[in-house]
Design a protein around this ligand. Structure first.
Ligand code: BES
Ligand code: MN
Ligand code: ZN
Length: 497
């Protein structure tokens, strides 16, 4: 997809389609008025018929209006005018325009929508969001349906009307947004694949393919013997009930200008979580194919980072395996020794994410990282706490937590700072080992984070619990691509400082 800006008069723009905004009361936006005047008030006359209500996200396609350069005019509802345009309604309008244009045979779409005030959305973030929303709206999952596929959309160009002084910053945003979209697409493809296709080896292969495409990336994929050599006893405990071999992925992005210690990203890569011997209930268990979303996000983010060749050192670690019940599987009460040497009593085999992550976090230490951020579909409890709107942020450093929350806020990929005080850690006491892997139902996402915190002493570390935000169930079942946008914003801020 090509993204461009356009500065001249809208009415002269010769294109397949131009999208303009209309409010709920029928009031035309400034851009729509320009077209209306040149067409001899045709648009306002058509609107008087009452076929289009201007509700947020509603669209109406008009064709062959005389006097303007565009072949089609797409009216996009902006909703009620009583309040200033929010970023949320603007995003919804862009999304609606892209979706509507994708249903036509248009190859180019010009967006001439009103924009939120600059203090709400900078030019750079506007460009980034246009490319991000476009990529997101046009994403189609790799389905395995045997029926003939619908004809793909014809869109190849999105043009944004903007004053000349904004063009450069918007262009910069387009580049960021295209890279973000490429990474998020990789993430969503991986997460949407079923567990019998997207195995730990598949994730390893994906990492190796990434390294072949980008000069800045180096990859190492550890198999069972190497994982044993690392003494990752907790990770090994989870994988031992599975026929599918585990993989531990190490991907490094190095930039010659980056002098700082690396940011280490860690992803939970459970390619299917049955719960193990502490077996899950059947309803929606299929959704546990998404239990590698953290790993998928880390891989997608490395693609974005490499595509932009960000002036940072970034390391990605992924612990990938299945969690299966089996004659050789771990049993409740089993005690294992982590790579850090701490012993863990596994009271519930379904709390496997923290087991694979604790060994990955220990592995992270060898990079002497500046910060470590792990991403995991770690607990159902975070969904109870925050619903599907906010990613849970836990950190042993308040400044890092705030930076992540603020990054998410500024790109509409929101997160909420959760408590991680010592009481939660104390709940993990075991009579037989250094700690238990669970602490009862109350505050489940906090005690899970507290388990990880026992392995991150001395590191500046944050944990993102993405169980509620990274995929949707129900009719729209699939990966959302979150929190890719949050992470990119965080990394861009670091690269800029
Ligand atoms: N992968 C699940 C968490 C999860 C639940 C993700 C629902 C997405 C939706 C994780 O491995 C798990 O099973 N956690 C347990 C922990 C419990 C046993 C302490 C949970 O949340 O029930
Ligand atoms: Mn589980
Ligand atoms: Zn899990």
């Amino acid at each position: 997809m090509q993204f461009e800006t356009w500065t001249k008069n809208l009415a002269d723009l010769s294109t397949d389609c131009v999208a303009v905004g209309v409010h709920e009361d029928g009031e035309l936006s400034a851009e729509a008025r320009v077209l209306d005047q040149r067409t001899g008030q045709k648009i306002s006359r058509l609107l008087k018929r009452g076929d289009f209500a201007g509700k947020a996200g509603e669209t109406w396609l008009l064709a062959d209006l005389e006097g303007i350069g565009a072949e089609r005019v797409l009216l996009v509802g902006l909703g009620n005018k009583s309040t200033d345009l929010t970023r949320k309604s603007w995003r919804a309008a862009v999304r609606a325009a892209i979706n509507a244009a994708a249903r036509t045979r248009c190859s180019a779409l010009a967006l001439a929508l009103p924009r939120p005030a600059a203090k709400l959305l900078t030019d750079e973030r506007l460009g980034r969001a246009v490319a991000e929303v476009t990529g997101h709206a046009l994403y189609r999952t790799n389905d395995l349906k045997s029926a003939k596929k619908a004809r793909p959309h014809a869109l190849t160009r999105v043009v944004v009307a903007a004053p000349a002084k904004a063009a450069q910053a918007i262009q910069k945003g387009f580049t960021q947004g295209s890279a973000l979209s490429a990474g998020a697409t990789l993430m969503r493809n991986l997460a949407n694949l079923p567990g019998n296709v997207c195995t730990p080896s598949y994730l390893g292969k994906t990492a190796e393919d990434l390294a072949k495409s980008y000069k800045s990336l180096r990859v190492k994929v550890l198999g069972l013997p190497e994982i044993k050599k690392e003494k990752m006893g907790c990770f090994l405990a989870v994988t031992q009930g599975s026929e599918e071999p585990p993989r531990f992925l190490v991907i490094e992005h190095k930039h010659p200008k980056a002098k700082n210690a690396p940011v280490v990203l860690v992803g939970k890569g459970i390619t299917f979580d049955t719960g193990g011997i502490s077996l899950k209930d059947p309803p929606t268990m299929d959704e546990m194919k998404f239990d590698m979303s953290g790993a998928a996000c880390v891989l997608g983010t490395m693609k974005t980072v490499a595509e932009l060749n960000l002036p940072l050192n970034v390391v990605a670690l992924v612990a990938a395996c299945e969690n299966m019940p089996d004659g050789r599987a771990i049993k409740p009460g089993d005690i294992v020794t982590s790579a850090a040497g701490l012993t863990v009593e596994i009271l519930n085999t379904d709390a496997e994410g923290r087991l694979v992550l604790c060994d990955a976090l220990t592995y992270a230490r060898r990079f002497k990282p500046d910060v470590v951020i792990d991403m995991a579909t770690l607990t159902g409890a975070i969904v109870v706490a925050l619903g599907v709107h906010h990613t849970g942020v836990f950190a042993n450093d308040d400044a890092l937590a705030r930076e992540l929350v603020d990054s998410g806020l500024s790109v509409d990929d929101r997160a909420w700072h959760m408590p991680l005080t010592e009481e939660y850690g104390e709940q993990l006491k075991s009579n037989f080992a250094d700690m238990a892997n669970v602490a009862g139902r109350d505050g489940g996402s906090c005690t899970a984070a507290a388990f990880l915190a026992k392995f991150t002493g001395g590191l500046t570390w944050a944990h993102l619990d993405i169980a509620g935000t990274t995929y949707q169930g129900g009719a729209g079942k699939g990966s959302t691509g979150r929190p890719s946008a949050l992470l990119l914003e965080y990394l861009l801020r670091r690269a800029a400082r």
